[in-house]
Design a protein around this ligand. Sequence first.
Ligand SMILES: [Zn+2]
Length: 219
Amino acid sequence: MGQSGPTRVLLVMAVAIATTGVGARGADYLSVRVLMAVSADLPAAARHPLVQEAESIWRDAGVHIEWVDERGSDTSPRTLRVVVDRRPGRPGHGGNWVVGELLRFDDGATLATVSIPHAEAIVKAAGTGAAHVSPDSVVQHRLGVVLGRALAHEIGHYLRASGAHASQGLMRASFQPREFTDLRSGTFEVDDASRRLIHQRLRLADRADAPLLLGRSSF
Ligand SMILES: [Zn+2]
């Protein structure tokens, strides 16, 4: 985990924090709004695959990630903040790789953190599979994919409103480093049970926001 270059960009610590809301547009359009803060020293070559991987995983599960600009006027009461930075992640247990974490606060706010150093450790542990050293661009791309998968996993916890894990797919409790970096890996799909639960929750949450349905408790 070397320095990031001669200029050694200092972390812009959680300067910008992401807000995420949940919303739905129409019966078959489900979305989660995400405002993400990423350390300034994460190169674009990793940042783009991060965004693409998280989007792709959730798109396949029928959920659209809306990236909200930090200066935007999003004031959704349902807010998930996402910070991708270099804070040391929580130590793993049982050999698990803990890249992300979801924190809940008393006021209902939720913060997802994703650790760049832990993702870098996973990329390193997965190796190149060959004797030669991978070019930087390849390493950065893998790093972005790992970060994106870790973020997608935390979004899954957020959408399920649960720390529970599934026996397969994205919401499994742990992954091998090689799976984490394997671009062909199909092990990051959202399992059917989680998908059903999340669709149900998103629709209910959306209805709860609709003024016309406020009296629904009389049912
Ligand atoms: Zn988890």
